[in-house]
Design a protein around this ligand. Structure first.
Ligand code: NAP
Ligand code: GCO
Length: 264
């Protein structure tokens, strides 16, 4: 039974994985036997990422690439195939958020969030699927969000992108399942990473950020998630154990989506 969860012999590309959720997912996949490939926009971050993986005993292959640039992504995938091998597992993790009230948000800012969080998963998936088909199958994992299901103030572009990413996940599953490609999503809850650091800042009086208190009241687990909480679910969706799971969004949220919230 446990062999089903092994990633031995599989090459996994995790986008935007110098740190944060991508780094944690890649580290878990390495522990399960995968060869790790990752990218980031800046060489400096790629170098830092390679060093951070090495500190964990992981020999990761790092590439500089902006995932919104289709030519650059196509070139990166060709380089990876030549230098490392065909990608068996793709994790579309790279993402940004801009927290701006919608009516104050410029169309440029809105488009930038959509570009990274929705267009890029399309671009990178499109680049890796042909070789997955030739190889006889593959796994695509899109990192969705609570905002694939829920809205809130100031995150209109992000929610639109992550809602779209949920449906892109289902469409890739529908279109390429016949080639033994499974495409699923992971929907993290509120995870303590640089992306959410502004929501957890300690207040001048030493109290917790109001949003921090809000999330704790909305989470049955009564804690923020850690990036490491996503490792096991990602290994499952990258492994043979999930070969008949397709088009599914696996929420790893401590129960937020199931819970009305603690009475104030
Ligand atoms: P993070 O700490 O901000 O890390 C995001 C990573 O993506 C960074 O390495 C960043 O590199 C990279 N990136 C951004 N734009 C890129 C581009 N155009 N090309 C290549 N790499 C790019 O975020 P995180 O919290 O780890 O989140 C990772 C994913 O999980 C995102 O998709 C996010 O939406 C999603 N998510 C996060 C949470 C949470 O609570 N943290 C919850 C649900 C979903 P740079 O540093 O160079 O920008
Ligand atoms: C926010 C947060 C969330 C998390 C995550 C929740 O401002 O509400 O950044 O969007 O990043 O996506 O699942």
């Amino acid at each position: 039974m446990m062999n089903q969860f092994s990633l031995e012999g599989r090459i996994a590309l995790v986008t935007g994985a110098s740190y944060g959720i991508g780094f944690a997912i890649a580290s878990a996949m390495a522990e399960a036997g995968a060869t790790i490939v990752f990218n980031d926009i800046k060489q400096e971050l790629v170098d830092k990422g390679v060093a951070a993986y090495a500190e964990q005993g992981i020999t990761a292959h790092g590439y500089v690439c902006d995932v919104t640039d289709e030519d650059a992504v196509q070139a990166m995938v060709a380089k990876i195939e030549a230098e490392v091998g065909v990608i068996d597992v793709l994790v579309n993790n790279a993402g940004i958020i801009k927290r701006i009230p919608m009516v104050e948000m410029s169309a440029k800012d809105f488009r930038q969030v959509i570009d990274v969080d929705l267009n890029a998963p399309f671009i990178v998936s499109k680049a890796v699927i042909p070789s997955m088909i030739k190889k006889g199958g593959g796994k695509i994992i899109n990192i969705c969000s609570m905002m694939s299901e829920l809205g809130r103030e100031t995150v209109s572009a992000y929610a639109a992108a992550k809602g779209g990413l949920k449906m892109l996940t289902r469409n890739i599953a529908s279109e390429y399942g016949q080639y033994n490609i499974q495409c699923n999503g992971i929907g993290p809850g509120y995870i303590a990473t640089p992306q959410t650091a502004p929501l957890r800042e300690i207040q001048p009086d030493g109290s917790k950020h109001p949003f921090d208190q809000f999330i704790l009241a909305k989470t049955p687990a009564n804690r923020w998630g850690e990036a490491a909480d996503l490792g096991g679910p990602a290994v499952f969706l990258a492994s043979s154990a999930s070969d008949f799971v397709n088009g599914h969004i696996l929420y790893v949220d401590g129960g937020i989506l199931a819970y009305i919230g603690k009475q104030p």
